[in-house]
Design a binder for this molecule. Sequence first.
Ligand code: NZQ
Ligand code: ZN
Length: 391
Amino acid sequence: MENFNFYAPTYFAFGKDRENDAGQLVKRFGGSKVLVHFGGGSVIRSGLLDRVKKSLEKEAIPYVELGGVQPNPRSGLVYQGIDLCKKEKIDFILAVGGGSVIDSSKAIAAGSVYDGDFWDFYEGKPVEKALPIGTVLTISAAGSEGSPDSVITKEDGMLKRGASGEAYRPKFSILNPALTQTLPAYQTACGITDIMAHLYERYLTNTSNVETTDRMIEALLLAMKTEGPKAVADSSDYESRANIMWAGMMAHNNSCGVGRSQDWTSHSIEHELSALYDCAHGAGLAVTMPAVFTYTMKHDVMRFAKVAVRVWGCQMNFDNPENTAKEGIKTLQNFLVSIGMPKNFAELGAKPEDIEKLAHTCCYGNGGSGEIQGFTKLNQKDVENIYRLMV
Ligand code: NZQ
Ligand code: ZN
């Protein structure tokens, strides 16, 4: 195991009705004027936004509202949010929604205390300072409620890129699993897929002797395997949603990723798909992961065989572990299809004629070095080959 620092000070308020504590929590973490940021309307329709606003009013905390965050959040609204925060002298941002709303809030939080263009952070500048943020999560997926990351799409060139920094960890996150009961089955499944991808991206490591985190990842994958289909089949199943919600946070606040190298190849390759076709990130990952794993499997067959046996219940073939590894990848894909995820370019709405462009942007866009370095090193030709496996 490698040396590491781990500091994840987010306060979690978990369970039914906890959104009513939003005002108290904002006060506790020093907010005196709040930007309430939300998405395309689900929080209005569900009545959640009203409950959150009431809770702020109860604590006599003034707020301004900014809605309209799109899935795969865009830079245009981030610039608007930054102007608004500066004009209104906002000192706390409350994100009410999913990963897109939280990520947009994080970008606004960094841009509001920075004289330059917020996009600098999405070109690699570390985020050292940001307004404090709190979240009320409505979908278990991206893990942004506990992560130091944010992903934004710049309209100019449709570049989807991430930024990171400890200042991006929320001060608090309210996790009420009941809030996810209004999600369509497809979005629930997209979230489950994203959570599993965050686990796989950490499992695929070149660091040896990391049994503790291996076992933590396997446990969370196993939980998704049993709880995922229950939540997809019955949207009102509170208990499965509760388990998925905590798994989503655990999968991505990096408690399972410390002390080991990580992959993130599937995410890099997927981000080009959701940037160009505006598909859901989780759906893109369902198509991307099996292709990436098939292509990179030979780099460490035993690692793929291990997850195949321990998570997917495959029999270890000691004479030919590659077959076990392949069976594990196929079983993962069958599982994702069984919860309603797409399995190829056509089902995702992606076009084979764009493959060269996708691979080029993936490797060179936004000042990229031409190579993806994760579990293994990939150049543009490799990335093109991976996209071809998805067709
Ligand atoms: O906009 P509204 O109307 O709220 O609708 C949303 C949106 O259409 C809807 N929704 C959310 N909660 C709902 C609901 N509908 C009904 N009932 C509810 N309770 O679901 C749709 C998707 O929401 P979104 O926030 O986009 O989903 P998700 O949480 O999957 O976030 C995806 C974004 O996060 C990024 C992805 O790339 C993508 O841009 N990621 C962020 C990460 C991070 N910050 O650490 C890591 C991830 O790997 C990921 O890349
Ligand atoms: Zn993800």
